[in-house]
Every structure is written in C-alpha cells, then in structure tokens.
Design a binder for this molecule. Structure first.
Ligand SMILES: [Zn+2]
Length: 279
C-alpha cells in the first residue's frame, strides 16, 4: 500500500477518531511529569566567559557588545562592565533530544546536578513522526504536541547564570503562532544563578516572561515554580500579573515546605503567600 493511499484512508476516518489517535501519540504520557528541553548559552561579547568562576552578586564581567548608550570617541574597542538589559544577552541554542537529553537530578544553585535521561524516560517522549505525513495532518495534530505538556528548560554550568526565564521566552518566540497558542504549562526553577548571578536581575527576567505569557499565550493555564532558594522567591511575586487572565494560575513548590504543591488561583492568595514568608 502506498503512503498516499494510507494517508487518504487515515483522513477518511471521522475527525473524532483521528483526534483520539493524535492524543494517544502526542499528549504527555501519564508518567512524564515535565518535558525537559536542553539549551546552551553562547556569550558573544563577554570577555573570557568561564563556567567555573562565580563571585555572586559582586561578579563583574567585561563585555564588548556595541551598546548605543556608550560612546567611545578615542578607543572604540574598550570593554565595559556587563549589565543585563543594557548589554546584548547570550545566544540560546536548543538541543534536540536525539543528540542526548539531560534531566535534572537536583537543583543546586551554581551547579545543578544533571544526569542523562534513561532509556525509559526517552521512551516517554512523544512520537512526532505523524506530523510529517501531510500538511493536513500536521495542522490537525500540532496542538496535541503542546497541550497538557509542562515545558521545563535546562542547561549545565554557565558563566553568570543560566538565564532560564530568558531561554523559555526565546523558545516561545521561535514557535509558530499555532504551536504557541497551545502552550499551557511552564515550569521554572527559582534559585540563585538560575537567571543571573546578580539576584537583583531576577525580577526583570520574570517581568519579561510574565508579560509575554499574558500577551502571547492565549491557551496558557499554569506556571509552576519550584523554589529552592528563599532569597530569590520574592522576585516571583511579579507573576501575580498572570491572575489578570482568569484562566491562569500558579503552582508553587517550595523546598522548605517539602515541595508540597500550593495551588494559587487568585492574585490575593498568591501575594499573601509572600507576606507569610516575610513574617
Ligand atoms: Zn555589553
């Protein structure tokens, strides 16, 4: 039987049956709690980016990006101190699980402990070959690849922070509009070095992501935050803007509460949880 004949026979099936098949092939497996996507950061302008020298919030990195607010009359190649949101950030490259998938063993601030995914975990990944069969099937099946799936972005050691929220944003921005419209769940790790070595820059990264979710993810439902570090938790309060859209909520799991899931569906209760922490 030729591929053409089998495709048309598949399309002869009632839509409801085709959708059951897409759901079976593409929706997350019950045992798959998060869909990890690995990425790497490429710093084009940092002077000698190192994966091992961390000096916390006092860390100073020299950068030679072309900043419009700095004028170099005499020495055009002088570097300046890297400042997030003024300097050009890292390039993000997303790696295919076909080239090896690393998953989180334990969050650990400067150095998260990662391990290669097991064969069983790899088997839980969706089989997306059906999307390549025809344009019509691609269009029908695509939403099932994103719905109900909890996307989580993970990278290894890095010079000054893993820029996780930034990488999440870059990934969302590179999706087609139709794919993006079906993204419903995202997970973030909340701890030092996840966004930047400078804790003061964490809030900015979260504000940017929250704005994008509200403006560009019409199907979004849940933001999950796994909080490993009390010092950075306060920055997550900016996600309260998500509650302006009634369909959205936040699930917080905090290390000091044994990662028991707290589900927030109102801005008041979410912001109230930050006041409790301060008491
Ligand atoms: Zn710069």
């Amino acid at each position: 039987m030729s591929a053409k004949v089998s495709t048309s026979r598949f399309l002869d099936l009632p839509t409801s049956i085709r959708e059951k098949i897409y759901a079976y092939l593409l929706l997350p497996h019950p045992e798959e709690d998060v869909t990890t996507i690995n990425y790497t950061l490429n710093w084009l302008y940092l002077d000698k980016p190192s994966n091992t020298t961390f000096a916390g919030s006092t860390q100073i990195d020299l950068c030679s990006c072309p900043r419009e607010d700095i004028h170099y009359d005499d020495s055009p190649h002088d570097s300046h101190i890297y400042t997030r949101y003024k300097c050009i950030g890292p390039d993000i490259h997303f790696t295919s699980p076909r080239n090896g998938l690393w998953v989180l063993q334990t969050a650990h601030g400067q150095f998260n402990i990662l391990r290669p995914a097991s064969a069983d975990e790899l088997k839980l990944r969706p089989t997306s070959a059906i999307l390549q069969v025809s344009k019509q099937i691609y269009s029908e099946a695509l939403p099932f690849l994103y719905r109900d799936r909890d996307f989580f972005f993970l990278t290894g050691p890095c010079p000054r922070g893993r820029y996780q929220a930034y990488a999440t944003l870059q990934w969302l921005g590179r999706l087609s509009e139709r794919a993006r419209a079906n993204v419903e769940i995202l997970t973030l790790l909340v701890q030092t070095y996840e966004e930047d070595c400078n804790v003061a820059d964490v809030e900015g990264a979260y504000v940017e992501l929250a704005e994008y979710i509200v403006d560009s993810l019409p199907g979004f439902k849940w933001l999950c935050i796994d909080v490993w570090d009390e010092k950075v938790y306060g920055a997550a309060s900016v996600f309260s803007t998500l509650f302006e859209e009634e369909r959205m909520g936040v699930v917080a799991r905090k290390r000091w509460q044994g990662f028991e899931a707290e589900v927030f569906v109102s801005k008041e209760s979410f912001l109230g949880s930050f006041e409790e922490e301060e008491e």
